[in-house]
Structure formats: structure tokens, C-alpha cells
Design a protein around this ligand. Structure first.
Ligand code: ARG
Ligand code: ZN
Ligand code: CA
Length: 237
């Protein structure tokens, strides 16, 4: 039994104007959301319908803000090809989660690298207005769930619809099959592939206010990374 695994976090704030130079308070609000969402202590967890209530998982993963690096740069949009990471390399990626907060552009909220990729680009990227719950934030993505979703990818979780049609797997047994992403705030039950979609899972594409759980199967998939032979054993001390 690994117990609670703590993940130190370095946040790189790359800004081209004062709005993008988000406050420490905004950064801390995001760390709080990560801690409550990954511990299932988020106060909307009680919205999970009874069909899925028994699957809500405390992942026993916590996050500690280690450092904030602020970088002024005249570039106004950074895209999804890791340019921000080459400009400002990750700090100790074997035992630190690096988060680059910069304007991605193109309406993209965030993106992540799965475990097993190059150390030089390891971590997640999030646009400032979708990071945290206070300050420069933009509804309906103002509850910090973009980082929860992207850190889910960083810890090896796939989208619950498996990025394909009904039979496409997300490699997690207790997340029901679905034929594609759900958006907005779906009503319950939303039925696809002859079962109810777990639309309230962080790994769907719903609004921040409408996603509030990881499942037990997702928890075990994430925690396998920290065990012998896993791709993120560096977080054990
Ligand atoms: N990678 C996804 C995107 O950029 C993130 C979706 C996050 N969803 C959310 N409700 N915050 O579209
Ligand atoms: Zn995603
Ligand atoms: Ca599944």
C-alpha cells in the first residue's frame, strides 16, 4: 500500500500582459481544487447519481505548490507544439509536475503529455483564464476542472469514451462505454451504447460545474504508475 502520494508542483506563468500574469491567489485556488478533486472531498461530489455513487474514488494523490516562476514574453499565443516548454524547461520532471500557464489560443483550454514521453516536455499546459477559480477566469470553465482533467491525462487516464465509438476502450472497467464526448451540462441519465454515460466524470468534456468524480478504476490506473515498473515512480520517496 502506497498511502497518499504527494506531487510537488511548479507553475510557470508566461505572460504577455498583466491579466495573464495571474495572481498567487489564483494559482493557490487551482492547487486547492486539485487537492479536493483528487481526494473526492470536492463539495459537488454529492451530485453523483446513486447509479455511480459507489464508484467515487479518493485517489490518495495530493499536490503541493513548490515554486512559481513568472516569465514575461511578448508572444501572445503559444499553440500546442510545446514551444513554451522549450522556452522555459521543466523543473525536475521525474519528481515534479510542471504546469505551464500561458495563452494556448484557438479556444483550447489545456493539453497534457501522457506518462512515458520525453522528460523535456513532461507536464501540462493550461490557458490562464481556465486555471483556478478566482481572478482572470472565464465561465463555464472557471472551477479549475481543466487542470483536474489534464492532470488525469498526465497520470495516464484516457477520455472516458476512449476517443472512439462504443466499443473503444479507455482501459478502465468501471467507466461505461460511450460513443463520444458529452458537452455542456447533460441531464441524467444520458444514455449511449445502451448504458448510462458517466458524464460527471472529469475525463468527459462537460462544463466544470458538471464534472465531479474519478472512478475507482481510474484511481487504480493512476496509482499503477507509482508502483514497481510504473512510469512515475519518481514521486515515491
Ligand atoms: N483538453 C480539453 C480541451 O482543451 C480540456 C477539457 C477540459 N474540460 C473542462 N470542463 N474544463 O478542450
Ligand atoms: Zn482531454
Ligand atoms: Ca470503460
Amino acid at each position: 500500500n502506497l498511502g497518499v502520494v504527494n506531487i510537488p508542483v511548479v507553475v510557470h506563468v508566461i505572460y504577455s500582459n498583466s491579466q495573464e500574469n495571474i495572481s498567487d491567489q489564483q494559482i493557490n485556488s487551482q492547487i486547492s481544487v486539485l487537492n479536493s478533486d483528487f481526494a473526492a472531498s470536492n463539495n459537488d461530489a454529492n451530485n453523483v447519481p446513486s447509479e455511480f455513487a459507489g464508484l467515487v474514488a479518493d485517489s490518495e494523490i495530493s499536490f503541493t505548490l513548490a515554486e512559481v516562476r513568472r516569465e514575461a514574453n511578448s508572444r501572445t499565443s503559444w499553440g500546442t507544439r510545446d514551444d513554451m516548454k522549450y522556452a522555459y524547461p521543466p523543473v525536475s520532471p521525474a519528481n515534479t509536475l510542471n504546469i505551464w500557464v500561458c495563452n494556448i489560443g484557438g479556444g483550447i483550454l489545456g493539453y497534457a503529455q501522457f506518462p512515458g514521453g520525453p522528460a523535456s516536455t513532461d507536464g501540462v499546459v493550461i490557458s490562464p483564464q481556465y486555471f483556478g477559480t478566482t481572478g482572470y477566469v472565464s465561465a463555464p470553465f472557471d472551477k479549475g476542472r481543466t487542470a483536474t482533467h489534464e492532470v488525469g491525462h498526465y497520470l495516464n487516464l484516457r477520455h472516458i469514451w476512449g476517443d472512439g465509438r462504443c466499443k473503444q476502450d479507455d482501459f478502465v472497467a468501471d467507466t461505461p462505454e460511450s460513443d463520444g464526448p458529452n458537452y455542456g451540462c447533460p441531464s441524467y441519465p444520458t444514455v449511449n451504447c445502451r448504458n448510462t454515460d458517466m458524464t460527471m466524470n472529469y475525463m468527459d468534456y462537460t462544463n466544470d460545474a458538471c464534472m465531479y468524480m474519478f472512478s475507482e478504476g481510474q484511481k487504480s490506473r493512476m496509482r499503477t504508475l507509482f508502483m514497481d515498473g510504473g512510469a512515475r515512480t519518481g514521486f515515491l520517496n
